[in-house]
Design a binder for this molecule. Structure first.
Ligand code: IVH
Length: 722
């Protein structure tokens, strides 16, 4: 080859790389592809061939090198220098107005001058942080719990639009870019098709597909997954020189774009409340036509100096707000109503639906909660209904379209016998729930009880999911949790889809679970109305299992936050000989925990003052997606919070779920902080929020994109003894 040919090839390689990168950008970022997939493949192959001829010209940032590398044994953990926070949510114009008012008040701005906001879509993917040193990608990490995440650098390097080397100039020596990895709907559907063809598991929605693809230990798999990325914030560290920091979030995003980061073209700066609400409506109309899922829009005070002044509350910035879209709804047909039997025997009617795509997933059934709910909504088999689904929330039937009811539509009758075990069902006078009276005689209840027993927060038997619990019960190997501790390897290995190796692993996890705590053990027993927090309180109060099982109603009610209902559940449990036998069998099999004398009672006030939510009052309203009212309450109480039935100025948080009513309105009127279940969970996982590091310290960092965080101390998950 002549040197002229070689120079030609070198130039062609550079040109092809630039061309491929531009096509990636057009596809993943602009949604405006200029060539077909096969033409793209042609360019890619041409580059591969040229590079094969000139291996010395291959650089790590070539598109051909984004193919992943050898699998990792596990992901390393990365501590985020600046924690990755979440956003406060708003669901109504009134909440947005309250946000605008708070911002204006905090900044001391008069009514006539509107606040300038940077507005963007709220991408429905997963948050990541990308660290660049001297313009080169160093580390990429998932959000994790906000304080530390997983090092997924190798995976992120395979995402075509994430820059490995920055373009242009003027980037700070250290730059951390935050943004969202997502999968376009089209790529999600194609991936699921491929997965089905290969007999592998499909993903429920694009977000899960993106998360699943990014969290592959084998980055070569990630490389096949067509992931996209949008940057929405950055933390600059120019080593003390703050002169080059942008003045606004909008300018910051422009800079990120000039350095090669994908930034949404749906971003904009708008003025005041009218501006943000106008943008919300506009994006609401564009939403269905976008190539990827968004679940709302985000407003950020544009001026970075104002962001810094506003700071943070708990784990969310005061200068930003997510305005969520309502849950998506769709029309479909009820083809049947089945009954599911839960862990405590509750019979739940479930509507079987003609499959319908809604809220980012195909929905085939929806919970009808209980008999009264079926009556109230008047759902018949054969009805056309509106179903709703948001995020990972269980889909629900919103209403029936009576005009579409066929003549042969059939009403629903709650069976009088359990459909699984045939035992008679029971329903208390003022109870909504119908229960199977079979207790642990009922295989459905046994399966669920076993699954609960093994779950992470209970005895934490790794590898024992619902499917295995089902198999163990169906095969007759396990009647009560105590039987788990007598399983032999060959019995397990004989189960379907279980090899010798998995059997050995499961047995090892079972063995490991023998060493536990009293609180976990009580929780694992699955006693009605006894959640984790109650179990912990009981353990702390009584110290020994025998004392709990022997306690009278009055003694039980001395435990803080145990009322007559929980006390009754504990007494009923203890009175049942069968339950005592299971407890004895578990202990005989070697399940043990450190025994303690009961904790000396601190003065209530003193004890509570040490808890993270001490002094905070919560009001619960509406239906939360996964927590029951009772569970939410327990969790709050266990951390020292108070529950109140009505909203006043003294209320610190209103936790609002679906169909929240007047309490929500009142909270908005009074400007009380509104959070959803996600927000609550975050609060529960956090301790004392202190001032954000950049506010307390030097002006070393320009923090924007609604990032930067209070330093939070993670609460110890175990209970304090003595
Ligand atoms: S700013 C302080 N901007 O929403 C957190 N977040 O609830 C700042 N998200 O974990 C993030 N689109 O994954 C921001 N345009 C956007 C966003 C966005 C989606 C996600 C992000 C974050 C979650 C916060």
């Amino acid at each position: 080859m002549t040197s002229a040919d070689a120079a030609n090839d070198a130039a062609r390689i550079l040109a092809l790389r630039a061309e491929i990168e531009e096509h990636n950008r057009r596809y993943y970022v602009l949604d405006d592809p200029a060539i077909s997939d096969s033409e793209y493949d042609g360019l890619f192959r041409a580059l591969q061939e040229l590079e094969a001829r000139h291996p010395q010209l291959v650089t790590p940032d070539s598109p051909t090198q984004r193919v992943g590398s050898a699998p990792l044994p596990e992901f390393a953990s990365v501590v985020h220098k600046t924690p990755m926070l979440s956003l406060s949510n708003a669901f109504s114009d009134a909440e947005v107005a309250a946000f605008d008012r708070r911002v204006r008040e905090a900044l001391g701005m008069p009514m006539e001058i509107p606040v300038e906001y940077a507005v963007e879509p709220k991408f429905d993917g997963l948050a990541i942080g990308l660290s660049y040193v001297d313009g080169r990608l160093q580390t990429g990490a998932t959000r994790g719990d906000g304080f530390s995440g997983e090092d997924v650098t190798e995976n992120l390097k395979t995402v075509p639009v994430i820059p490995i080397n920055l373009k242009g100039e003027g980037w700070p020596a250290r730059l951390e870019v935050r943004g969202e990895v997502l999968m376009r709907r089209r790529d999600f559907l194609a991936l699921n098709r491929r997965q089905t063809e290969r007999g592998e598991k499909t993903f429920a929605n694009p977000r899960n597909a993106a998360a699943g693809s990014l969290r592959q230990l084998d980055s070569r798999i990630t490389a096949t997954r067509a992931l996209s990325f949008f940057a929405y914030g950055a933390i600059f560290d120019s080593g003390g020189d703050s002169s080059s920091l942008p003045a606004t979030h909008s300018a910051l995003l422009d800079r990120l774009e000039s350095w090669g980061f994908p930034v949404t073209r749906h971003r904009r700066a708008v003025s005041g409340l009218d501006g943000v609400l106008g943008y919300y409506r506009e994006m609401g109309e564009l939403r269905a036509g976008l190539p990827f899922d968004i679940d709302g829009v985000v407003y950020k005070v544009d001026a970075l100096a104002a962001q810094e002044r506003l700071g943070f509350v708990s784990r969310a910035p005061r200068f930003a707000l997510a305005h969520k879209f309502p849950a998506e709804e769709a029309e479909t047909l009820v083809t049947g109503i089945d009954i599911q039997v839960g862990r405590t025997g509750a019979l739940t009617p479930v509507a079987r639906l003609q499959p319908v795509f809604v809220g980012g997933a195909t929905v085939t059934n929806a919970t009808l909660h209980n008999e009264d709910e079926v009556r109230r909504k008047d759902v018949h088999i054969g009805d056309t209904v509106i179903v709703r689904r948001a995020g990972d929330v269980i889909p629900e039937v919103v209403r029936v379209l009576p005009e579409k009811r066929p003549e042969d539509a059939r009403g629903f009758v709650m069976p009088s016998c359990c459909p699984v075990c045939g035992s008679a069902v029971v329903k208390g006078e003022d109870e909504a729930v119908t229960r199977c009276g079979g207790g642990l005689f009922c295989p459905a209840q046994r399966k669920q009880a076993l699954w609960h027993f093994a779950s992470r927060r209970a005895l934490d038997i790794e590898g024992m999911g619902g499917k295995i619990a089902d198999q163990l019960v169906d095969s007759g190997l396990v009647h009560t949790p105590a039987d788990l501790y007598h399983l032999r390897p060959e019995q397990l290995a004989a189960l379907e889809r279980m090899g010798e190796r998995s059997a050995a692993n499961l047995l090892a996890s079972i063995e490991k679970s023998k060493e536990t705590t009293l609180a976990r053990f009580i929780y694992a027993l699955g006693i009605r109305n006894v959640g984790e927090a109650t179990a912990r309180d009981c353990a702390r109060h009584f110290g020994r299992l025998e004392r709990i099982l022997a306690a009278s109603e009055a003694e039980l009610m001395q435990v803080p936050d145990i009322g007559p209902i929980v006390a009754r559940s504990l007494l009923d449990f203890a009175a049942e000989a069968h339950n005592r036998e299971v407890v004895d069998a578990l202990r005989a099999a070697g399940v043990h925990w450190p025994e303690h004398e009961p904790a000396p009672r601190m003065a209530a006030a003193e004890e509570e003052a040490g808890l993270p939510l001490a002094g905070k009052t919560f009001v619960l309203t509406g239906t939360l997606p996964t927590l029951s009212r009772e569970e939410a309450k327990e969790l709050i109480l266990a951390r020292g919070g108070k529950i109140s039935g009505s909203v006043s100025k003294k209320t610190d948080y209103v936790v609002a779920g679906a169909e929240a009513g007047s309490k929500l309105e009142k909270a908005q009127a009074l400007g009380v902080a509104l959070i959803d279940e996600e927000g609550l969970r975050e609060l529960l996982n956090t301790c004392r929020a202190q001032s954000p590091p950049f506010m307390a310290g030097s002006a070393r960092h320009g923090v924007t994109g609604a990032e930067g965080a209070p330093h939070c101390v993670e609460e110890s998950p175990t209970f304090r003894l003595g």
